[in-house]
Ligand binder design. Sequence first.
Ligand SMILES: [Zn+2]
Ligand SMILES: [Zn+2]
Length: 419
Amino acid sequence: MPLCAQISCLNASRNIRIGLVSQGLPDTWKIEPSSGFIEIFDQNKRQSVYSGKAAEIVITAMKGGKMKVAVDARKSLYYFSNELLFSAVGRPPINLKVRAGGRKSFSYRGSIAIFPQSGGLRGVNVVDIEDYLKSVVPSEIFNRAPDAAQQAQTIAARTYAIRNLSRHSDKDNFQLCDKVHCQVYSGIAREIKAASKAVIETAGKILIYGNSPANTVYHSNCGGYIIDSRAAWKGASVPYLIGHFDGISGHKPFCYYGKLIKTNSLKGKLPAPQKKIRIAQLSSAAKASTHKNFGHRVGMCQDGAIGMAAIGYGFRQILAFYYPGTQLATMRYAVPTGKPVEDRPIVVASLPQTTPVSLAAPPNPTQVNALRRSGKTRKPGSIKGALRQISENGSGYTAVGLRKLFWTPGEPGISRNIY
Ligand SMILES: [Zn+2]
Ligand SMILES: [Zn+2]
């Protein structure tokens, strides 16, 4: 059975309602259509109430939950208690410049819906989700990030939006808000070329796990180790939000390279991309306490994604690495008729079959010394030899973990300076 039949989220409408909550509930809204023509539509009566020339429309809150609409101060049109939808019509560019109360103006694609709410007027941008993402993605990632990182970030943001479409109540009468509670959105002004390109190149693609959109959380820099969602927030296990080394055995973490690229301080070569990435999983309890500026460290490491993209990995590989076991699917609205909706499952990153390494309680120096004393190491007296010995006794990934670890007996865990 095709995925689209099983997974209802893929059928979500292309147009979404973004509550302009950051503009508050002012008494007046001013709308200027870029084309000089406006269509005003009564959403409840399903009929057009005005269509024609307009430079500026002023909507004012009236007593009794009604609103007055004035077109170019020529005449006050009507009193309404229903939601009105304002759309610019005519020659492109088609957008609306909107000013709430005495605040500064913002320009939006799509249409603006205005309705009375709690004594004021609520503004909602009814917009194509793909256009919405063009404004959201630049707020979420380093603007000069390489293409594949922009694409991975776009898919994470799209998945997040689709997953949270019912986050606000029916009473709110919008699906997502424009604040950090959902995703920061400020319309056309925030758009940049690189992100818009990534939106077009990944049109409609989201990450799914089972029958639902995945929980595509991300953070700015993990410091070298992604942690399990349970270590960050408790709760149930999320199979694709596991703790693991942010890189490949024998190399520096991806975010180490990402940060160098962001700061233009890369000297020397990047490692070559590998065909298959083995994920060096950590224990679910592994958690470092020292990174206070790096966010929650669950899911995608944004600097790591930039590092992977710069090394030469594509967005599929980046997403497979940070959300292992998820699958890419395409929203139905973005699928040309007759084409299959699902993408091939991602296989480029595979989980290890070995016992997870515990970062919460790494072998302490006493153990290392005991091994050294026992003379069983390859090079007696060598710390490196002792570490190799431990790794051979345990999992094949321990060595990688330990090489990156600098623990102190009083404070086991990841040190501040793992680079
Ligand atoms: Zn919200
Ligand atoms: Zn990282």
